[in-house]
Structures are given as structure tokens and as C-alpha cells.
Design a protein around this ligand. Structure first.
Ligand code: FAD
Ligand code: SIN
Length: 500
């Protein structure tokens, strides 16, 4: 079977390697170079290393709880049941997970996990270690890799996907397409995500008529340093090791908000950080001065902070929430199947249902690997009949497609501004309605280049996110609606962002 895998993060790499091992003829398309997606930037680690007193069942409960009860129990069961085999496969691929003194895999703690169960490598360089190991495997495999191959659209015939059209017009036919194109952090001006996270897979799926869901759930990470050098994540693992959040007076405030303090679910911490900063007119700080061995345990973060002039061993560092992860995406079942025959979706571009309304820390790498493998194993199965849901899911809004014309008004910066201010961490009815109207008046330029295609995709995804957020009138997980516009502060100000 000829299989096209689009994307070389943990999800695409896992799917391609497994499909190759199963004897399929696999070609991988990557829009830039290998190792450029979010995977290589992952810091904290991968969940699923269960120690004494821990279990897959407890991990499932934590996942459902962090997701505010919105997760799909069947998908969550598939996620945690796949954890042990996933970690074994990564070790087998050569990922050098950090070890405890007794030689077992060291287990880190992150927010909303009942117990330490995060495997990490190189301290805070887990994503790089996984990306390097799997990419080395890829290069030694039979998978044909095409870099600088920007997938623009799915080729469909009578609803069946049979290939990919690249931005340069090249058409590549296939019996199966696996989208593994990652997230959409570039919807926002402040994001932990690397440059290419423009929601391409979701935009392609929407244009082809595949249902998407849960796009209103955008995760903002609470501890991001934002200064003139850009946004840089300071891992939740540092809070797991004892770092605390303090206000302008040096007072801890998280226990006023949640009994788990700094280790409350990520959405709760992000909102508390924003509110505190805005109330005091000065950024919240992450105080890691009592955490021993910062340079040893978090060498990547330590080097970057020092490069930017912060000595975090000596003084607290200003942090702010920034866009980090998209819980929603292309609807799939637990084999990664979408509703379109011939199309699978895995990793951050997919909505398997495991994350609910707010992803549990370090579950994304696990999801990419578990469902990447399951999708590859599903390829040879009898004709795909989408088994995701008994009844068709309503599509998130904004999925209609219009021809894109050179029109006034639109720019990526303008889109990001609207998304940050009106479809961001704190939302209200009037702002969401205004965002939907504004996004609707814009047309992106007719895409002829990769950059133009990314802009066009961002606009498609922004419309879908804003419409989905407007449609969900209650607050749930990361989707938080203020009761009145009067309450709504502007988030784009120096109180929130730690610009020095
Ligand atoms: P990515 O790794 O983003 O890969 C996407 C791939 O698709 C890339 O190769 C890209 O080039 C390609 N692509 C995209 N569009 C196209 C196109 N149109 N044509 C061709 N190719 C295309 N999660 C955890 O579980 N633990 C962590 O510790 C953790 N830390 C994180 C730290 C940071 C700074 C960030 C940004 C994220 C972190 N996450 C973490 C989240 C996690 O890293 C990502 O959700 C996950 O790696 C996504 O994997 P993926 O394979 O779906 O996509
Ligand atoms: C982090 O290291 O804080 C990021 C972990 C994640 O996104 O799961």
C-alpha cells in the first residue's frame, strides 16, 4: 500500500516507521526540514512511566480530571494502555531517558498528575532526544523523505482521499494519507510553538469536508518568559520540582486559587497568573531559587535564560501565559481514522478526545506515539468505516471554504492580534462575536508560496476556533468566558508580559 505521511514530529515519525516495518511503501512529506516541528522543543517529558502505587488507571483518571471531564474515556483508555509499549519502543529506538540512582527511569512530576510519572531525557531536552532517535531510525529505514514539500491540500474523489497536492502544484497519489502536521500556535502573537505551527492539517481537512471538533479549547502555558528575544517556555517540570509563582511583593498566590497551588491544572494556573499580573500591574514571577541543580536538571532552560540575562538560581524570572497547545483538531477514532476514507490524522492535528478541554502535561508526546502506531497498524485493515462516534459530531464552526482573493485588511499580525485579544485566555461574548465578524471580512492572499499558504490556513483555522468558542456559551477547561465585557482586561500589556 502506498502511504503518504505528512509531518515528521513524534506522530508522523512513529506512524511512518511502523508503516514501513509493516511492509507499506511509505513516503514522508515535510514542509521545511526534519526536526523543525514542536516535538524537538518538548521539555518536560512523556507521561506513562508508572512507579509504585501508580497505574494506567490512575493516569486515565488524572487525564480526565485535567480535561475538566470533557475527555473521551475510550480514547483515554487507548492512550494509557499504550504507554508502556510506547516507552519501550522509544528506549529501543535509542532515546536516552534519564535514570535514577538505582538505574530505573527517573520519574518527574508535573501539574495535575497524582504521582511522578514523566520520563525525560537530557533533563529538559526530551523532545530533542526523541526527535533525534526517531529521525535516525527514519534515515536508516525504507521511508522516502521529501523535505521542503509543503502539502497544500488533500486530493479527493467522491469523498475518498487519494493523495496530496503540494503548494508548487505537484500531485502525489497514495492509497492512504496520514496527516501529522502538528498544532497551530501561530494563531497567536505569543506562543511557545515554533514557526511552522500554522494548523495546515486542520485547514486541509476542513477544505476537504472532514469534521473537526473541540477547537475552542486552546491551551495557554502559564510559565513563558516573553521578552525582546521572543517567547521561551520554562517547563512545568520546574514547578514539579518545587518552583513557585510569586506576585510583585514576592507572595505566593496560587493556593488562594486552587488546593493544588502551583500544580493545579494548567488552565487554572494560566488564568491565575494573568489575573494576578493584571491586578497588580506587574508580571508574575517564577521563583526557582530554592530548586537545587537547575543547570544540571534543566540545561536547555538554564542556558537560554542566562543567554537572555536572567540568573534564575539567584532571582525569580517574569513569566506570562502564552499559547501552547490545541486540544481540538481533526476528529478521529482510536485508530486515527477520520471520517474520510483514505485519511488518518495523528498527533496535535488530531482530536482523538484524550485531552478533553485541557491537556494533562506530557500527554501530547504520548498521544502522538500511541496513535501514530495505531494508525499505521490500521492501514491494512478492511475498508475504513469511521468508528469514532455513533452519531455524527457537529462540526466546529468556520469550516466553510471561500475562494481566497487578494483583499485588504488581512495580515498575519492583524489575525494574531484579534486572536490574542478576543479569542485568547479570557473570552467574552462581545469579543468573540466581534472576532468572528472581523475574521469573516478578511480574505488571505491567493496562496502561491508556502508563506501565503500558511496565512490562508491560519485564517481558516482562526475562523473555526473563534466560531467554536462563540458557540460554546459555558466555560469549560481552557475555554473560559467572562460574564461581562466590563470584566475583560486587555491582555496585551506590559503587566502581563515580562518585557524588561
Ligand atoms: P510536530 O512535532 O509539531 O510536527 C509537525 C510536522 O508536520 C513537522 O515536521 C512540520 O514540518 C510538518 N508539517 C506541518 N505542516 C505541513 C505541511 N503543510 N506540509 C508538510 N509538512 C508539514 N508535550 C509533551 O507531551 N511533553 C512536553 O514536555 C512538551 N513540551 C513542549 C514544549 C514546547 C516548547 C512545545 C512547543 C510543545 C511541547 N509539548 C510537550 C507539546 C508537544 O511537543 C507537541 O504537541 C507534539 O510534539 C506534537 O507532535 P506532532 O508530531 O503532532 O507535531
Ligand atoms: C512543559 O515542559 O511544561 C511542557 C509540557 C507539556 O506541554 O506537556
Amino acid at each position: 500500500m502506498k502511504v503518504l505521511v505528512v509531518g515528521a514530529g513524534i506522530a508522523g515519525l512513529t506512524a511512518a516507521l511502523r508503516a514501513d516495518a509493516l511492509g507499506h511503501d511509505v513516503e514522508m512529506l515535510v514542509k521545511g526540514r526534519l526536526r523543525e516541528g514542536s516535538t524537538a522543543h518538548a521539555q518536560g517529558g512523556i507521561a506513562g512511566e508508572y512507579g509504585p502505587g501508580d497505574s494506567a488507571a490512575l493516569h486515565a483518571l488524572d487525564t480526565m480530571h485535567a480535561g475538566d471531564g470533557h475527555g473521551d474515556p475510550v480514547a483515554i483508555a487507548a492512550l494509557v494502555d499504550g504507554a508502556a509499549a510506547t516507552l519501550d519502543a522509544l528506549i529501543d529506538a535509542g532515546v536516552p531517558f534519564d535514570r535514577a540512582a538505582d538505574g530505573s527511569i527517573a520519574r518527574g512530576l508535573e501539574a495535575a498528575h497524582s504521582l511522578p510519572r514523566i520520563a525525560h531525557a537530557g533533563g529538559d531536552a526530551t523532545g530533542r532526544a526523541i526527535s533525534d532517535a526517531l529521525t535516525a531510525r527514519l534515515q536508516a529505514s525504507g521511508v522516502h523523505v521529501r523535505e521542503q514539500a509543503f502539502a497544500a491540500d488533500l486530493m479527493t474523489d467522491d469523498g475518498r482521499v487519494h493523495g496530496i497536492r503540494l503548494v508548487d502544484g505537484t500531485r502525489i497519489g497514495a492509497d492512504a494519507v496520514i496527516l501529522a502536521t502538528g498544532g497551530a500556535g501561530q494563531l497567536y502573537p505569543f506562543t511557545t510553538n515554533p514557526a511552522g505551527t500554522t494548523g495546515d492539517g486542520i485547514a486541509m481537512a476542513l477544505r476537504a469536508g472532514a469534521p473537526v471538533a473541540d477547537l475552542e479549547f486552546v491551551q495557554f502555558h502559564p510559565t513563558v518568559l516573553i521578552d525582546d528575544a521572543g517567547a521561551f517556555l520554562i517547563s512545568e517540570a520546574v514547578r514539579g520540582a518545587g518552583a513557585v509563582l510569586v506576585d510583585a511583593e514576592g507572595r505566593r498566590f496560587m493556593f488562594d486559587e486552587h488546593p493544588d497551588g502551583e500544580l493545579a491544572p494548567r488552565d487554572v494556573v494560566a488564568r491565575a497568573v494573568a489575573r494576578q499580573a493584571l491586578a497588580q500591574g506587574s508580571p508574575v514571577r517564577l521563583d526557582a531559587t530554592d530548586v537545587a541543580g537547575l543547570a544540571e536538571h534543566y540545561p536547555t532552560i538554564d542556558a537560554e535564560l542566562r543567554r537572555r540575562g536572567y540568573d534564575w538560581a539567584a532571582e525569580p524570572v517574569p513569566v506570562s501565559p502564552a499559547a501552547h497547545y490545541l486540544m481540538g483538531g481533526i476528529v478521529t477514532d482510536t485508530d486515527g481514522r477520520t471520517s474520510l476514507p483514505g485519511l488518518w490524522a495523528v498527533g496535535e492535528t488530531a482530536r482523538t478526545g484524550v485531552h478533553g478541554a485541557n491537556r494533562l502535561a506530557s500527554n501530547s508526546l504520548l498521544e502522538g506515539a500511541v496513535f501514530g502506531a495505531l494508525a499505521a497498524e490500521d492501514l491494512g485493515a478492511p475498508p475504513p468505516a469511521f468508528a469514532g462516534h455513533d452519531t455524527p459530531l457537529p462540526r466546529s464552526g468556520g469550516d466553510r471554504v471561500r475562494p481566497v482573493n487578494d483583499g485588504p485588511g488581512f495580515s498575519r499580525a492583524a489575525l494574531q492580534h484579534v486572536m490574542w485579544e478576543q479569542v485568547g485566555l479570557l473570552r467574552d461574548d462581545a469579543g468573540l462575536a466581534d472576532a468572528v465578524r472581523t475574521l469573516d471580512t478578511w480574505d488571505a492572499p491567493q496562496p502561491r508560496t508556502p508563506a501565503e499558504q500558511e496565512d490562508a490556513n491560519l485564517l481558516v483555522v482562526a475562523r473555526a476556533v473563534a466560531s467554536a468558542a462563540l458557540a460554546r456559551t459555558d466555560s469549560l477547561g481552557a475555554h473560559f468566558r467572562l460574564s461581562s465585557a466590563l470584566e475583560k482586561p486587555t491582555l496585551n500589556q506590559s503587566a502581563l508580559i515580562g518585557v524588561r
